[in-house]
Write a protein that binds this ligand. Structure first.
Ligand code: HAM
Length: 416
């Protein structure tokens, strides 16, 4: 019987894993200079928290969640995103009692039952960050600056920073009315989902991926034209701050995010090289969500970046640290085998990657293996070496050779 991974779900293998580790480390290093601390929310949550936050009429909730009932009959969902779990944790652990702002980042797998294609998976990894307690648009600009620096550090180029404001509960009623007016005489030509959304949440029609619906919504009113005074001021200040920080941006009034919790600032960072799934990171404000989860009124903003999309962009160009085998210890005879085992263990305690020959292979076979493993050095131990207390070494890159006494070995391989 041959088993395969599930559709849209992949293994991450060496050497790719070293790119992933580099991305993760770069994120941790940079995010910590902005005061973000790592948290690890669980991978499963009760289904309700995603329905409440992401929104009942979104694609994620309607079509994409991996939901099941546990043995006690409770509805459980594998997290499709990280914001709702972080907000749940923030409220449950009363983190709002700590000095504001509280800033967190997370890294881990998310699950969405989407149609798999290049850059779109059913299990995918996000690096995300959420900042709680600041209404000032300076923090919106800092989040974008942090992302810009992060991608620069990874040498990812040709990114577009698309920004928009989707207003607040005060701007929405007039906008909703304008949308209903615009769509009312053509709603019968839309897909069944959009027809339903017309009744329940017309804003979601703007996020439909069906081609006919995309055509039909051409020329629809833009939320940015309906912003209330406070939202407009917030947006203008945000734009002035990102200009100050030299972040090249594009206002995209058509950008409506696929999740309902957003208010005011939204953004997507896109890259044409990614093809159809061009968003490498996305996020925005969600100033009402903490309150909706039972916490005190707390403005908040965050983003998530897709690891598969990031790593696909740096695969060929980035300098990442694949570990190299330093020493292969070839052993001949049972005494040498024991000596080699002890020697390898001692080298490893000094942080040196060492391997030994196994299963009585011939010297020739062991040397071939050392070559295949791209070892930097080979040590050869046989009875003669054990008797003389000296071991032969050879550097495979240039064939240089020499001898060492057993107690010189660790120091010889510890890099200066
Ligand atoms: P999102 O736009 O749904 O936002 O996802 C953020 C990023 O995750 C996308 O830009 C993309 O890079 C990656 N991504 C999403 N779906 C997939 C997939 N199926 N396969 C591969 N990569 C994918 C959120 O998830 C929000 N929680 C972001 C946020 C945080 N907003 C505020 N705080």
């Amino acid at each position: 019987m041959k088993y395969n991974a599930l559709k849209g779900i992949h293994d991450i293998l060496p050497p790719d894993i070293y790119i992933w580790q580099k991305v993760e480390k770069t994120a941790k290093d940079i995010f910590s200079t902005y005061g973000f601390h790592e948290i690890k929310p669980p991978i499963m949550e009760s289904t309700e928290i995603f329905i409440r936050s992401i929104g009942e009429t979104t694609d994620i909730v309607e079509k994409e969640m991996y939901t099941f009932r546990d043995k006690a009959g409770r509805y459980i969902t594998l997290r499709p995103e990280g914001t709702a779990p972080v907000v749940r944790s923030y409220v449950e652990n009363h983190l709002y009692n700590l000095p504001s702002p509280q800033k967190f980042f997370y890294y881990g797998p998310m699950f969405r039952y989407e149609r798999p294609q290049a850059g779109r998976f059913r299990q995918f990894y996000q690096i995300g960050a959420e900042a709680f307690g600041v209404l000032d648009p300076k923090i919106d600009s800092e989040i974008l600056a942090m992302l810009k620096f992060f991608f620069e550090k990874l040498e990812i180029e040709n990114l577009r920073f698309e920004v928009n404001s989707i207003g607040c509960e005060h701007c929405r009623p007039a906008y909703k009315k304008a949308l209903l007016n615009f769509f009312s005489d053509k709603i019968n030509s839309f897909c069944p989902d959009c027809k339903r959304r017309f009744e329940l949440n017309p804003l979601r029609i703007l996020d439909c991926k069906v081609n006919a619906c995309i055509q039909l919504r051409n020329g629809s009113p833009k939320i940015i034209e309906f912003l209330c005074k406070n939202c407009r001021e917030h947006f203008e200040k945000f734009i002035s701050f990102i200009e100050l920080l030299n972040i090249p941006y594009l206002i995209n009034p058509n950008m409506v995010r696929g999740l309902d919790y957003y208010t005011r600032t939204t953004f997507e960072i896109t890259c044409d090289q990614l093809g159809a799934q061009s968003a490498i990171a996305a996020g925005g404000r969600y100033d009402r969500l903490v309150e909706e989860f039972g916490g005190p009124p707390t403005p908040a903003i965050g983003f998530a970046a897709g690891m598969e999309r990031i790593t696909s962009l740096i695969k060929s160009s980035c300098n990442y640290n694949i570990p190299h085998l330093k020493v292969f210890i070839a052993v001949i005879g049972s005494h040498a085998e024991k000596k080699g085992l002890i020697m390898a263990s001692s080298l490893r305690k000094h942080g040196i990657w060492a391997e030994i020959g196994y299963e009585g292979q011939s010297l020739k076979g062991q040397l071939r293996k050392a070559n295949r493993l791209s070892a930097e050095y080979v040590l050869i131990i046989g009875d003669e070496e054990i008797n003389s207390g000296k071991v032969k070494w050879k550097r495979l890159s240039d064939g240089k050779q020499g001898e060492l006494s057993f107690d010189e070995i660790n120091n010889f391989f510890i890099s200066p």
